[in-house]
Design a protein around this ligand. Structure first.
Ligand code: G1P
Length: 296
């Protein structure tokens, strides 16, 4: 069985849900407390034992590459100013993991973005993480998936239960329980089913562990939902051919690509922050005690 060594992170999307904030900066660089969203994603990958990240980028996304790069000029200035702690912090970020970038030249969909990684991934299973989905958990979500892969040796999609009236926002799977904890055998899968048309509440979240055969299907997948080449359509084809598992991961997921989800992530992460948590909690309590506050 081949080890999981690589993770693909598509970051080519335009971030229209966050305009105007994302007009001039990538949405992946929006800050959650003290670091950009993309850093949380890369940190999950690193904590899961992955060796290489493949970013699928587009024009205007160089800030992401720069964030993980070594900045000689900045380091020299910080050195002169004797800012040791800051230098250490920045050096940690630039040596987190090897990062390779591939350009997606046209916005043809998530499936097409992943297909762009085929030559760099090669013939081995790999992870995909979507930058909008932040997961907080004791054991990193990707590590949970790799541990399951070590038992089932097949592709896995991470899922969570969502309210029925929200299924139209997700790829939805139907599956059968297996004897493994929180694990289902995928039977059917549909990208963003029209409201009221789905029998399942099992939504795919942005974590996938995929066998390299997915590239064969991505190469022939025709545009689907929204006129885009959908990863979900290729996943269904792969699942029909060789099987696939759905795993109800342990942890909390935030849709950081949505304004409310982004705020929730900020609040929860700030409350747990070693330097800020206590004061932030006091502030929230004061806000709630204010009789003008809607929640009191
Ligand atoms: C993508 C996938 C969808 C999945 C979702 C999770 O959709 O296509 O299957 O459920 O991510 O966040 P997007 O939210 O990018 O439209």
């Amino acid at each position: 069985m081949k080890r999981i060594r690589k993770a693909v992170i598509p970051v080519a999307g335009m971030g229209t849900r966050f305009l105007p904030a994302t007009k001039a900066i990538p949405k992946e660089m929006l800050t959650i407390v003290d670091r950009p969203t993309i850093q949380y994603i890369v940190e999950e990958v690193v904590a899961s034992g992955i060796e290489e990240v493949i970013l699928i980028t587009s024009e205007g996304k160089s800030a992401i590459e720069n964030h993980f790069d070594y900045d000689f000029q900045l380091d020299t200035v910080l050195k002169q100013k004797k800012k040791r702690a800051l230098r250490d912090e920045l050096s940690k970020i630039s040596s987190l993991i090897d990062i390779v970038s591939v350009r997606q030249k046209e916005p043809l969909g998530l499936g097409h973005a992943i297909w762009m990684a085929r030559n760099v991934v090669g013939n081995e299973p790999f992870l995909v993480l979507l930058g909008d989905d932040l997961v907080r958990s004791k054991k990193p979500c990707c590590r949970q998936m790799i541990d399951l892969y070590n038992q089932v040796s097949e592709s896995i999609v991470a899922i969570q239960r969502v309210p029925r009236d929200q299924t139209y926002q997700y790829g939805i799977i139907e599956g059968e329980e297996t004897e493994l904890d929180r694990t289902f055998k995928v039977k059917r899968m549909v990208e963003k089913p029209a409201p009221g048309t789905s029998n399942s509440d099992m939504a795919i979240i942005g974590r996938y562990l995929l066998m390299p055969e997915i590239f064969d299907f991505l190469g022939t997948t025709t545009p689907g939902h929204g006129g885009e080449i959908q990863l979900t359509d290729a996943l269904l084809a792969l699942s029909n051919k060789r099987g696939m598992y759905a795993y109800e991961f342990e942890g909390k997921r935030y849709d950081a690509g949505d304004k409310l989800g982004y705020l929730k992530a900020i609040v929860d992460i700030a409350l747990d922050h070693p330097g800020l948590g206590a004061s932030f909690r006091e502030h929230l309590q004061a806000v709630c005690a204010d009789k003008d506050c809607a929640c009191s």
